[in-house]
Design a protein around this ligand. Structure first.
Ligand code: C2E
Ligand code: MG
Ligand code: MG
Length: 536
């Protein structure tokens, strides 16, 4: 069954809505994509920086460990002997991160790689002690560099001193990045760059050793990397200003693409809508300019596949050569009250073929399709009688196809059908089975033929429920002594079954497609010659 075309007053708002959706959707999608991209990039960068902070810290710790091992390996010389200081100097020279190493005695550095102090450097008690026994002074200041802060890491006899800024001295490309290295044991920062919010401080068990996490905390993307072996955790936070900048960067590329595709889609929607909405106007001009023509699809006797008649099918060729399918314009014409004008054109178009058929001495018929609206036209009967009279065919050679929907105007249509049949015309119900009426309801109309819709014929060589419905329709039609034409036959297997069911006639691409009048008439003539019935 054909769908009704949407009513025109629904069409405009629908088009506007579709147009708006078509424009906005790609833009929204591109903004969303830009957001995602910017977010992902920022997360990646935060993690990259955090890993770098961790790498620097772990390298420093390794150097300190190596230094202590070396110092422990030298015999316990007097604390500040020359030999001891030479070892210390070697350590300073070899390790890139350590500023200097020194000898600890009672909370003081009594001598260092570069000399013995007259006044020892006081470091006091360590602020924290790590799990592997290192003492840590996170905030050391010395007389000789009053404006610099240092970190001291020591064991019971030695201390290694590094610049406090060293672990967080990573090169970063953007502003608003906070970096920190944290001692998990002490739950405090050892070194920070930029501000550090307490919310970024992880709990001791938040991350397993060697793991990392990157997630939004508040208005920042925060990446945390925990060391595999040491009690250290690196934190990098990037704030949203930066994220916004990145977003803007992506948006500059993606949004124009979104706008472009949006406009393209909107244009496409508009074009389709324009074609749809102006269809009535175009149909009118098509009728004026005689753009419609007719083709004939043969109907065959299934027993021997001989052509017994044809269905006239309207065709529309636009000036550019575009062929518009009846499925498209017939519903629109029915919707806008133009269908009768098409039917009138059809009656004009089939006349020559009817005249040609009248010249033969057989029953070859032509069927034409009538819409519901045609049946309400007061002049219809007169037109049909006039056509019969003008062309000289016998009325039984003109078949009228009315769809199930066309039959819904019960009382009026019933009497119309009766009158038409009384004059000898043949009336068929088209697309049978696709409407709502049952065969029993059809009995109230005096019909000659039912055309079993392609939807049913499609299934008869299968095993679906529909195939049984088709069998049932055929059975009932036999019981009611109705003629039958099976539509849309495409396969041999269908023909076999239809023959077994004693369906007398069929129509479909298997036998023939719709063709021009001349081809149809020639086909009939060829058939005559083959049968030897008529002189060639
Ligand atoms: P319909 O009256 O059921 O016509 C049969 C349709 O099925 C035709 O499509 C025909 O080409 C197609 N058909 C026939 N055999 C096969 C087959 O084996 N396989 C397939 N896939 N299709 C097959 P068409 O010509 O596109 O017409 C479509 C519909 O448009 C018609 O369905 C009819 O409802 C309407 N129509 C066509 N001409 C007119 C007309 O002059 N007036 C009115 N009111 N409606 C018409
Ligand atoms: Mg038809
Ligand atoms: Mg049909």
């Amino acid at each position: 069954m054909r769908m009704d075309a949407p009513r025109r007053h629904y069409l405009m708002p629908l088009v506007l809505l579709l147009g708006a959706v078509a424009t906005l959707l790609p833009i929204a999608a591109s903004v969303l994509l830009a957001r995602q991209q910017a977010r992902a990039q920022q997360e990646q960068r935060a993690l990259f920086y955090a890993r770098d902070v961790m790498r620097r810290s772990e390298d420093t710790l390794r150097q300190i460990g190596d230094a202590f091992t070396l110092l422990a390996a030298t015999p316990d010389l007097p604390p500040c002997s020359l030999l001891r200081r030479q070892v210390m100097q070697r350590i300073d020279a070899q390790s890139s991160y350590i500023q200097f190493v020194g000898r600890l005695q009672g909370g003081r550095i009594v001598c260092a790689s570069y000399g013995q102090f007259e006044v020892p450097l006081d470091v006091g008690k360590p602020d924290l002690v790590t799990a592997n026994g290192y003492r840590v002074w996170p905030e050391l200041r010395f007389r000789f560099a009053p404006d610099k802060a240092f970190i001291g890491v020591g064991n019971d006899r030695f201390i290694a001193v590094i610049h406090k800024s060293l672990p967080v001295d990573t090169t970063v490309a953007e502003r608003g990045v906070s970096l920190a290295i944290i001692s998990l044991a002490g739950q405090r920062t050892l070194a920070t760059r930029g501000r550090f919010l307490p919310a970024w401080m992880p709990g001791v068990d938040d991350l397993a050793p060697g793991h990392q996490s990157t997630r939004p905390i508040g208005r920042n993307i925060v990446s945390q990397v925990r060391s595999q072996d040491a009690d250290l955790l690196a934190v990098v936070a990037m704030n949203e200003d930066d994220y916004g900048r990145e977003l803007a960067q992506f948006a500059r590329i993606l949004v124009p693409i979104g706008v472009f595709t949006g406009l393209l889609l909107a244009y496409a929607v508009r074009r389709v809508a324009k074609v749809q909405m102006s269809l009535p106007a175009v149909i009118r001009s098509g009728l004026r300019n005689r753009e419609f023509f007719v083709e004939f699809q043969p109907v065959v006797r299934l027993e021997d596949e001989a052509w017994v008649g044809a269905e006239a099918l309207i065709r529309w060729k636009r000036p550019g050569g575009n062929l518009i399918r009846p499925d498209l314009f017939i519903p629109a014409a029915e919707e806008t009250g133009l269908i009768h004008a098409i039917t009138l054109d059809m009656l004009r178009l089939v006349a020559p073929t009817l005249t040609a058929l009248a010249a033969r001495d057989d029953d070859a018929f032509l069927s034409i399709n009538l819409s519901r609206q045609d049946l309400r036209e007061p002049g219809l009967e007169a037109l049909l009688h006039d056509l019969v009279a003008r062309t000289g065919i016998r009325p039984a050679q003109l078949h009228l196809e009315i769809t199930e929907r066309g039959l819904s105007d019960t009382v009026h249509v019933r009497s119309l059908i009766d009158r038409l049949r009384a004059t000898g015309l043949c009336v068929a119900v088209d697309d049978f089975g696709t409407g709502y009426s049952s065969l029993a309801e059809l009995v109230q109309f005096n019909l000659d033929v039912i055309k079993i819709d392609k939807a049913f014929v499609d299934t008869i060589d299968g095993t679906t429920v529909t195939s049984q419905v088709a069998a049932h329709i055929v059975e009932m039609a036999h019981a009611l002594s109705l003629g039958m034409i099976a539509e849309g036959i495409e396969r041999r297997s269908q023909v076999e079954i239809l023959r077994r069911w004693r369906v007398p006639f069929g129509q479909g691409y298997l036998f023939a497609r719709a063709m021009g009048s001349q081809a149809f008439l020639e086909g009939l003539a060829r058939q005559d010659r083959a049968a030897g019935g008529r002189p060639g």
